[in-house]
Each structure stands twice: as structure tokens, then as C-alpha cells.
Write a protein that binds this ligand. Sequence first.
Ligand code: AQP
Length: 332
Amino acid sequence: RPRVLSGIQPTADSFHLGNYLGAVRHWVALQDTHDAFYCVVDLHAITAGHDPKVLRQRSRVAAAQLLAVGIDPERSTLFVQSQVPEHPQLAWVLGCITGFGEASRMTQFKDKSLKQGSERASVGLFTYPILQAADILLYQANAVPVGEDQRQHLELSRDLAQRFNTLFGPVFTVPAPHIVKDTAKITDLQDPTAKMSKSSSSPAGIIDLLEDPARSAKKIRSAVTDTGREIVFDTGTKPGIANLLTIYSALSGRSIDDLVAAYAGKGYGDLKKDLGEVVREFVAPIQERTRAYLDDPAQLDKLLAAGAEKARAVAARTLGEVYERIGFFPPV
Ligand code: AQP
């Protein structure tokens, strides 16, 4: 079976619909066809400042949500990144074959460091995509399910895999992005041309999986739409309505065409009201299952430790090959 790997940062108290529809939903589906590795990337979560008092709990909440949406620890390897030390070990090696200029061209770093100010932005934020490449390459992943915002980082992972293989011999599988176009960029409800984002959207622009569905419904009612009346799918002229239709379609399983036909002659208010209901029905069981996993943190930690052990067996094999190829002593 081909391998798949992806990760999500524990940087918020809940996943938002962008995280879920752009990435995590596909993680669940890929378990049927792939040997899957999924991780909560807490090493990445400390690159832009964090609160140690909440990080570990956020990692648990992230893992609980992954289990609640259908990641099956019997079929997939689910783990927390910091419990697998091979990730930073490989990242160091990859950092030494990454050009400074090449890393400087990563647009996510440019955007985030611009916001923080270049003096305050950490070196960790700068090297983030190199650690991400290590996450992927350690597991010899064939495919990486992510949202559109990760495309450039994935390209770097591919370049680094190819470069290492050329310089030192064939060790790494070159990973391909798995980006599902329809939901690759869920947009901010208040600014439907920008991506829904933990760090840059306002609370009114984000729907969180774990928030009170009444609050979600209210945000959907207040979502920015154009002044027209007709419900049609046009990302160019009606990005707000297109985003709501995309979310509606993905959560309900109804096609966009079906929805457009069903709302012919109806208004934006009807669509928004119904979508609020669709979201409520969708998140209710997820919230309940997430709570159940969080009610037993000892059991959850045990499950994650077992995942880390499985992950390490694979990661250590790759790192051993890397060390051999570059002239290090074997890891002990
Ligand atoms: N709006 C989105 N639409 C589609 N996919 C998205 N992803 C994130 N936002 C959207 C995908 O979610 C996965 C996990 O992402 P992450 O843990 O790296 O979170 P993130 O990118 O930090 O999430 P945010 O909200 O976008 O945070 P900031 O603002 O910090 O960048 C990834 O596969 C991502 O593509």
C-alpha cells in the first residue's frame, strides 16, 4: 500500500472548517487505500510563540478531534511529533542542504514574519518548512493531503528529497501533494477572498468544529456576501456565496449543482439559515466524541505513546539510512 503522511498544529482550541475540509476529511478517506501516518505537530506549534500551560492540552484536543472525525488508530499511526526525536534530527540534515535564499522565498514565512516584524520572527519559523520536509520524508510518504496553502512547502520537500538522493544516494521517496481542489481553500466568512485562518481571520470569519453551533449559525448569518440575490456558484463575482455553497456541499454530501437548483428563487438568508443547521448536525456527534476522548486523558496519552512507538520504528529506519549515507555513526 502507498504511504500517506500529514500533520496538524495544536495552535488553537479547535480545528476550523478550513482545516477539516481542506485536509483532515481526506485523511480519514485515505485510510482505506493508504498506509497512513498522521501527527499532531507540536514542534511546529512553538515557532511563533506559545503558552506552555496550554500546549499539551491543545495537543490532546487535536488528537481527540482526529479520533472523533474518524482517524482509526488501529488502521493509522496517530502520534505527537515531539515524541519522535527523529523529526528534528532529520531536519538538521535537510537544513544543511537547503539554500538560505531558497528558504527565504517561502511565502508563508514572508507573510508571518512581516506580521511579527523581522526582528521578532523566530529562526524556527524560518526553518519550519525544513522540519515539515523531515516529517514527510522520514516516513517515505508517497502522498501528503493538505490545503492549497501548503503547496509551496510541499514543493520544497520534493526538491530536498531529490537533492539528497542525488548528492548521497537514493534514500527518500519523492512525495506528491494530495490537494483536493474543491475544498483546497475554504475562505474567511468576513473576507471571502482570504483563507479561513487561525492566525489571521477574526473570530467572526472562522467556524470552529468545537464551538457552540448556535454561534456558528450566527456567524454564517453574518457572512459577507455580495449585493446580488441569485444563488449561483461563481468564485470570481460571488466568492462569499461560493464559499458557503462549498461548505454546504462538503458537509452534506450534496453536489453544488444540486444545491444551486434547490435554492433557485430563494434568497441568501434561506441558504445561510439552512447551512447553520447543516453545520449543527455535522458537528454535534464530533463534539460528543471529542469530549469522550478528553474525559480519559490517561487513555488518550497511552494511545498516542503507542502511535509514537510505531512511528519511531519507521522513522528510525530512514534516519539510520541517512546517517549511513552522509558519513555519521549510526544513531544509538
Ligand atoms: N482555509 C483553509 N482551507 C483549506 N485548507 C486549510 N488548511 C488550513 N486552512 C485551510 C489546511 O489545514 C491543515 C492543517 O493546517 P495547520 O495545522 O498548518 O494549520 P494552519 O495552516 O496553521 O491553519 P491556519 O488556520 O491556516 O493557521 P495559520 O493562520 O497559522 O496559517 C493544512 O493541511 C492546511 O493546508
